[in-house]
Design a protein around this ligand. Structure first.
Ligand code: FEO
Length: 396
């Protein structure tokens, strides 16, 4: 990745790896880094870049962009997305190539002014408009709220490359190869799903609309703005996106607990035993205090069932569990089964808050609800086992 890589006819990857940012959007951990994918297409009559990269990577990006241009000028910059990890360097490109025209839609224009003070050299396109580069005709499709209002994707009608913006993106820097057939699937799929659950999943209904809108195109490659580039098995990755956006979970369950002194953890262990009693093999047990929510969200998206179990803290729900419930309510995963349990000592509170979450979530709640005073008794743990078994049987 030290140089521009040709990824299709006249089409080059000019992106960068970021191992310095520890939190994406200052929220989501990046233990494997992240890649900002940017591209350039060199037509016979004009050249066009697709997005830029995050600000600190100017030098790395410009070196590759110039390699790909091979002495030609940059005529167009297609702004698929204005989130700064892709738009930071627009003004820098204008300094190097003052005549470059920016391609965006009506929602892009105020953001160009707001972020960069840019009001000129902008070509505003509508859904379905085209741009002929000579040997490459680009077609623009708006995909509002996927995941920003100005989001759009660009389709090269000549090569069949879909520059898909954040859609089909994933966390994780490129570790050697950049294509799907150069990487281990488990490695990219996990980080792609974590990205989906955290960044895109809230807009799953719009993903479904976009999949239908783009479904008639002869897509041969999907090149997103983050993560793996897809060229080998497009159907496989479209199927994954379809499945995730329809909330089609796998047979398995996530058990999340918040526990100060181990009592709620014992209850969670019993729920896991109940799931095993129902012959559920894929069970993920997470301590909400010590697991970043992005991994919990990822697995809640992945599987059909989850249980939330927490102690009471100062009469309210244990704070890390409260934060997780807030993230879940913001994303509203559907078609899941949920179980809840709470514990308390000098004041109740956790179970009531979890009941409130379960009601707002509109998910199918599986009983029994369990509420435990102080340390769980044998009878309490049997109820937790029953909850796990019922959850397991609901998804079998
Ligand atoms: Fe990768 Fe929505 O920016």
């Amino acid at each position: 990745m030290y140089k521009a890589i040709q990824v299709n006819k006249d089409t080059f990857w000019v992106g960068v790896n970021d191992f310095e940012t520890d939190l994406f959007e200052s929220l989501w951990p990046l233990p494997q880094g992240v890649a900002y994918n940017a591209y350039v297409i060199t037509g016979t009559t004009a050249t066009a870049a697709i997005d830029t990269v995050k600000g600190p990577y100017l030098d790395d990006y410009i070196i590759k962009l110039k390699q790909a241009l091979n002495g030609r000028t940059l005529n167009y910059l297609v702004v698929n997305h204005m989130e700064p990890d892709h738009s930071s360097l627009i003004a820098e490109l204008q300094k190097i190539w003052p005549g470059v025209k920016l391609i965006g839609n009506a929602k892009t224009v105020p953001m160009l002014k707001g972020y960069h003070g840019i009001t000129e050299n902008i070509i505003t396109v509508k859904d379905g408009d085209t741009l002929d580069l000579g040997g490459h005709v680009l077609k623009f499709y708006t995909v509002p709220m996927l995941h920003w209002p100005e989001s759009m994707v660009t389709f090269d009608t000549t090569t069949g490359v879909l520059f898909s913006n954040d859609s089909f993106g994933g966390f994780g820097a490129h570790e050697g190869g950049i294509f799907d057939d150069e990487k281990n699937k488990e490695r990219w799929e996990d980080e792609m799903l974590r990205y989906y659950a955290c960044i895109v999943g809230k807009y799953s209904n719009i993903v479904q609309v976009a999949l239908k809108k783009l479904g008639g195109l002869e897509i041969k490659n999907i090149f997103p703005s983050h993560g793996t580039l897809f060229r080998k098995d497009i159907k496989q990755v479209v199927t994954l996106y379809d499945k995730w956006s329809r909330f089609e979970g796998e047979t398995g369950a996530v058990v999340v607990y918040g526990s100060m002194y181990g009592n709620t953890r014992k209850m969670a262990d019993a729920v896991c035993s109940g799931l095993a009693g129902a012959k559920i093999k894929d069970v993920r047990l997470y301590d909400v205090s010590r697991t970043d929510p992005s991994y919990i969200l990822r697995d809640i998206w992945k599987f059909k069932a989850f249980a939330l179990m927490a102690c009471t803290y100062n009469t309210l729900l244990f704070p890390p569990m409260e934060a997780l419930c807030s993230k879940l309510l913001s994303r509203m995963p559907k078609n899941k089964f949920v179980g809840i349990a709470g514990s308390y000592s000098w004041s109740k509170g956790a179970l009531t808050a979890l009941q409130d979450y379960a009601e707002k979530s509109k998910l199918t709640k599986i009983g029994p609800e369990v509420e435990v005073y102080a340390s769980p008794t044998v009878e309490d743990l049997e109820k937790c086992y029953e909850l796990g078994k019922n959850l397991g049987e609901a998804i079998s």
